[in-house]
Structures are given as C-alpha cells and as structure tokens.
Design a protein around this ligand. Sequence first.
Ligand code: ADP
Ligand code: ZN
Length: 531
Amino acid sequence: ETEAPARSGTLLERAQRVLREVFGYDDFRGDQAQIIERLCAGDDAVVLMPTGGGKSLCYQVPALVREGTGVVISPLIALMHDQVGALEQLGVRAAFLNSTQSIDERRDVERQLLAGELDLIYLAPERLPVAADLLSRTNISLFAIDEAHCVAQWGHDFRPDYLNLSMIAERWPGVPRIALTATATSETRQEIVDRLVLGDAKVFVASFDRPNIQYRVSPKATPKAQLLRLIHEEHAGDAGVVYCLSRKSVENVSEWLRGQGVNALGYHAGMPAETRARHQAKFLREDGVVMVATIAFGMGIDKPDVRFVAHLDLPKSIEGYYQETGRAGRDGLPSTAWLAYGLNDVVQQRRMIAEGEGDAQRKRAQSQHLDAMLALCETVTCRRVQLLAYFGQLSEPCGNCDTCISPPDSWDGTIAAQKLLSTVLRLDRERNGQAFGAGQLIDILTGKTTEKITQWKHDELSTFGIGKDLGDTEWRGVIRQLLAAGVLAVRGEYGVLALTSEAAPVLRGERQLMFRKEPPKPAGSSGRRSR
Ligand code: ADP
Ligand code: ZN
C-alpha cells in the first residue's frame, strides 16, 4: 500500500503525499523538503542536523518515492530493531541485516530484498562488503549513511568499518547518496565529503541551537552536594540524567542520591542486560526518575520531558557534551544542562589520553577535543555562542547561560593575545618545516633559554621574553582560549599552532579579547576536595 501515494505529481508533491499518508505529518520541517526533493531527483546530499531534528525522514521519504529499496547504513545495531519495528507499524516494508540474526533470518531478508519486497533495508557498516554482491542484484533507490561522522578518523566516534563506505560511490555511481550526522565541525564535514566521495553533494546545515536549554558550568567543590542542591532547588521531582565517567561513580552517586530521597537509578555497561533494560524502561515510563549513568546511556532514548542533564565529570569532547546535554528538553520547555568542572578533571582526562590506546596522532586528536571542551568551560563570553561557533555557527549572546546571567571575572587579554599571535607568526616564517608546539611558544614568550631555544636561535626573535608578566599556566590558558575563539587553530599531524583569518583583527587591535581569570589556587582553603 505504501507504493500507492507516490506515483503522480511533481517529486515534491509525491514526497508530501508520502509524508501525510505514511508518516501522518502535515509539513516538512526546516530543510527536509529541499533535501528530500534533491534525493528524489537522484542527487546527493550531506545533512548536518542536531539530534531530534528529523534526519530519518530525509531518507525514508525518498526511499518510498523512488523505485527500489533504500539501503541505510547505521552503526547502532541495537537500534535497528526498533527503527524497523516503527516503520513496520506505519506499513513500510523494512528489514535489517546484522550479526545478531540467525542464518535463516538473514536468508529470509535476502529473499525479500531480491524479490523487490522491501522499501528500506538497514545494514551495519561491517556487513556492506559481505552484502555487496547481493545488493548488486537488487534495485537500489538510494544509500543513506547515518552517523556519517563515524568516518572521521580523528573524530570522537571513529569506526574503521566506515572507511569501506567509499566503495558505494564506485560500485553504484548512479544511485543517490545521503550522509547524515548530528555532530559535525567543519573539519568533520570535510572528512565526510572526502572519504565518502561526496564532492558533488549539496551540504545542508541546520541550526544546532537548543534555545530552551540553559547551559551552566560550576567549579567542582563538593559535586554530590552541588548536584543535590540543583535537584532540590530547581528540579525536585523532575526527570533527569546524571553523567559520570566511571561505573564505580555511577554506583556510588545513585546509591547516595537514593539515600537522600531522590528517585535515582543507575545505568552502565557493566550491569546485567536485564537490569539495564529494567532501569531504562522505568526512566522512560515513570515520572521524575533520575538516571545516573555512564555515556553508555542515552543513544536512541527519546524521552521528551528530561528537565536536566548534569555532568559530574568533564566530557571528552564538545561533540559528546552537546549530544548528552541535547537529551534535555526535547519538548522545547526550559531545561538545565549543568556541569561540574575542576582541576582533577583536566588531570584525569589528560592522563587517560596519555595512558590510553592509540598512536601519537590519535592522542593529539583527543587532546584537541579536550582542549575545546576546556575552553568552553573557561569562556567568559556566552557559552551558547561558543558552543555554536564550535559547530561553525555564528550567534548573539543568548541571555540563557551562566556567563550571560552572571558574567564572571575576566581580564583584558588583548595585549597577551597579540604577543602570542605575533610569536606564532614569526615562528611560522622561520621554522623551515620544523614543527613547534605550545611549549616552545611559551618558552619564547617567557624568555627561557632552553637547548631548543638556542638551537633554533629563538632567543633572537623580537618577541623573546616579552611575555614574562604571565606564568606558564596563564599562557596555556591564553592559548586554549584563543583556540576556542577560533583565532588560533591546530594544524596537521604535529599539532602546529597556526593563525586563522580571525587573528588579523586581533593583531591590528580591532578586536578586544576578554579571558576568564584563572581560578585562585585551592591551597587547602576549604579543606574539601572534589574526590
Ligand atoms: P534525528 O534522527 O535527527 O535525531 P528523528 O528523525 O528521529 O530525528 O526525528 C525526531 C522526531 O521528530 C521524530 O519523532 C520524528 O517523527 C519527528 N519529525 C521529524 N520530521 C517531522 C515533521 N516534518 N513533522 C513532524 N514531526 C517530525
Ligand atoms: Zn549565553
């Protein structure tokens, strides 16, 4: 029956009929209509849209408008079952192929596919090479590559199997392709276009702003007590998610909250599957459950009335932070994203990167992600402006984040920034292919005569020693905040600091830069530590 609505009229009219008659919606949202029209016409698209923005319809509708079966590549095997189930409810003929199925189940799906009985088929990326011959004998309407940022090698969620997906362009050059993601900086976007051979695709970027979410970052002192205060004073009886880094702290915090009379449950990958499922079901069905969880929780959870998301530990990247906080307030009502951030977080995350798996290049990428997250924590300007800038979107101060509501202590870092930027500029001219990182830069500014300084005659630079008024920590803060402001960028595999086009106005004195004051040293003053 799903074939019926889509046979006459312009492509857009046919798409609108599918939207109404199959999905029961009246209008397309945002760029959906344009994206869908393009795909129906056989062209490629790259779609960057926040979670909940409506990405699925962008390929589901064209798959129903066009002849043949739409192939959806999705890395989340756990969600395929739900997605296919939801489509079947609507009368769409959908199925999936993945490693959790028996041989018989797979054969059955393959038979349906070859018989042209499927509108959509979901595949895990690792199955594509295996299924390629099967697909070659199928009439394919389109390829949709979901979570396309997984192809970005230095992104936060790289999956090697995604590199195989470049074969789609080679083997099926005439079939339209759409790549979709909710997390894309301009670098990730470029990597998606390059690796998936989507040079001719039109790129659609939706706004990533979630205006109803209030972003707040608090210095971490007594995190559990701070969290309890947030719950008592602002979110009593509300549903919320509390993210912790380790399974142990999940257990510890959820138990403690229960002891304080909060309706809290725990969730982490080390729990029995049955317990996790029970907790998740309670969170979804009952009112006012607080889920204390590792980031294993949340993917594909669609609960509209989550009123707060709290982070007791620093997320590893802005992409992660954005995704996790994005689970708050899907219903559009006021919600809180609260993060407790302390020195220990930085030390711990740096150590995790240093001791973790992966080569130097991978670690450098992880450090960059962390640096951007730190800069968001340290910003003295609007957090939302900063967050959106990270995703390449310009905006005005929002009035709905902590720095807008109560501006922090800051200092005028314009002169310091100029000193630093001109040093970068001079190094860039004179380095003869040699890569210098932040350390060398700081040594030059503070006038340290190290071996590496004399070897490269950096003590002869006109900026040598001009930054003695600040310490190493302050200079690191300056660098991090310039990176965050997009005035400095990290380039190439050696992590070389380079100026962006934003640097010129700063150097010319046309742009003032305010930096958050480095917090005073704890010096055991309160006697209470964050662990
Ligand atoms: P994403 O994949 O971008 O996270 P989904 O595709 O899951 O988002 O869509 C989020 C929600 O919005 C779903 O419940 C979906 O049915 C709904 N939705 C999407 N597009 C429309 C539309 N044009 N009209 C009404 N609801 C829509
Ligand atoms: Zn703001």
